[in-house]
Design a protein around this ligand. Structure first.
Ligand code: ADP
Ligand code: ZN
Ligand code: MG
Length: 484
């Protein structure tokens, strides 16, 4: 029997606020342990949470961008469990009446098989827990320390419907989602620092079946590669269990990246009974319709929308449109639009972005947030190349200067004597000279040794100090060598 996988993802994204969700402590990453704490986020008795308005704004922004219905009246709930990193003994979250429901995230199916609209079940706000640090060696080996800096940091949990049909689709969804959150400015998307984390639910069912199989939940998959690897392993494992007559047990499993396998962490019997109930210390959350409209109006163009627009508007191939819009700083697309207002050849411009600009950004030679190169200068430089006023190599040299210092490309070209010689008389004169100096090679060329064209081109360019217009040099050489 053939089995097909079914995957649903739960993503926790840290919202980009300066202070925590229910107190004024800083959310800054990397401070000394327990530096950003107060009686509220340490769960001291007698204190009350005060909701950070910015958290709600960023969560609404997220929900609207993902096409969700936003609840005008939502509710806070307590998730009760005991763990050392949870000082209050409960987490403030949302349960029955979450802020957002029924959204979608469109993704590209792998291998150019079209688009899929992955349904988003819900998005709710909650506070993060602290962090347990288990001492592996030294005098304190075997003991654990707790750092509460992260306790009370604001999160949104984004839960997808089980719409993903392969590890590749799951990875495309995660990348697309991270791109949206980063573009919205609601999350920095950093998986290593844990500001973008994912749990994957996966089951398998016979091909063509309509009833979903029993699922397992995979934890500890905090890189795009681990997500694919863990799901690959788990899908194979479940299929083997079923093929050998067994049953998949509903449980939480931990991915071990070194062994490349998942291991049972806790089964359903040990699963938490969270005893959810409405949070008595916080009022239900009532949203103002005008405020929501304001947030909606302020939404930026999303990466995928921009990609599709670049294809439509500029006739760019998918690969270019994608490279300029997805998984890059949104400022890249903004700059591209600006240059295109002054320049006509989108494909050539895309090549410059993906080549020279991206390389310079990667090497740290330029930064998008303080770019010296203006869109006018960029367009003017490409114009100089198109009109054969400068060679491609000279243009790259000028580009590097524009990135470092800014300025006017035409002036830089003049100052450095980079202007290319397109004067046909001058080119002909040099070529005649070169041919006269190399009569043997000319004879061999004419008797069929056409590879010698490269030799002649080299000689001419050398005589012209590299400034001959290569197209003209080439044409003229062929004509002169061919005749007589
Ligand atoms: P719970 O309420 O038990 O947490 P949810 O219905 O909220 O369950 O689902 C949690 C996640 O698991 C969602 O992302 C959902 O898409 C996914 N999911 C649910 N059932 C399955 C299944 N049979 N196979 C794969 N994923 C599933
Ligand atoms: Zn605090
Ligand atoms: Mg759940």
């Amino acid at each position: 029997m053939e089995y097909v996988p079914v995957i649903g993802l739960e993503v926790h994204a840290q919202l980009l606020t300066r202070s925590k969700i229910f107190c004024g402590c800083s959310t800054e990453f990397g401070a000394p342990p327990n530096h950003h704490t107060c009686p509220i986020c340490l769960g001291m008795p007698g204190v009350l949470p005060v909701l950070n308005r910015r958290v709600v704004e960023l969560a609404v922004r997220t929900g609207l961008a993902l096409g969700c219905e936003i609840r005008a009246l939502s509710q806070w709930a307590r998730t009760n469990y005991f763990y050392p990193d949870l000082p209050k003994g409960y987490q403030i979250s949302q349960y029955e009446l979450p802020l957002c429901e029924h959204g979608t995230l469109p993704i590209d199916l792998p291998g150019g098989a079209g688009e899929k609209r992955v349904r988003i079940k819900r998005i709710h706000m909650e506070e993060d827990a602290g962090k347990n640090i288990h001492q592996a060696g030294g005098a304190a080996a075997g003991t654990s320390l707790v750092d509460f800096n992260r306790a009370g940091v604001p999160l949104v949990e984004i839960v997808s419907e089980p719409d993903l049909g392969s590890p590749e689709e799951a990875s495309a969804y995660l990348k697309g989602l991270r791109d949206v959150l980063v573009t919205l400015g609601v999350c920095n998307g950093n998986m290593e620092q844990g500001s973008f984390r994912c749990d994957a639910n996966v089951s398998v069912m016979p091909a063509g079946a309509t009833e979903l199989g029993t699922r397992t939940e995979l934890k500890n998959i905090n890189s795009f590669r681990f997500v694919r690897e863990a799901l690959d392993f788990e899908i194979k494992r479940q299929i083997e269990v079923l093929r050998s007559g067994g049953k998949v047990v509903q449980e939480t499993r931990l991915y071990d990246p070194d062994a490349r396998r998942t291991q049972s962490m806790r089964s359903k019997e040990e699963a938490h009974d969270y005893r959810y109930f409405p949070e008595p210390d916080l009022q239900p959350l009532r949203l103002d319709a005008g405020w929501m409209e304001e947030i909606r109006t302020g939404l930026p163009e999303l990466p995928r929308d921009r990609m599709l627009r670049f294809e439509r508007q500029y006739g760019l191939p998918r690969e270019d449109a994608q490279a300029l819009t997805c998984d890059v700083d949104p400022a890249v697309g903004v700059l591209f639009d600006e240059v295109m207002r002054r320049y006509g050849d989108a494909k050539k411009l895309a090549n410059w972005f993906r080549g020279e600009l991206f390389r310079a950004l990667k090497d740290g030679e330029a930064r998008l947030d303080e770019l010296k190169l203006t869109s006018e200068a960029f367009a003017a430089l490409l114009g100089l190349v198109d009109s054969a006023a400068i060679s491609l190599n000279a243009a790259k040299e000028v580009f590097a200067t524009l990135l470092k210092e800014g300025g006017d490309p035409a002036k830089i070209v003049e100052a450095r004597g980079l202007r290319q010689v397109s004067d046909t008389q001058e080119i002909e004169r040099v070529i005649d000279e070169v041919i006269a100096q190399h009569p043997d090679e000319a004879t061999r060329y004419r008797s069929g040794k056409k590879q010698l064209l490269g030799f002649f081109t080299g000689q001419v360019m050398k005589a012209m100090k590299g400034k001959g217009n290569p197209v003209l040099v080439n044409q003229t050489l062929q004509r002169k060598l061919g005749s007589s």
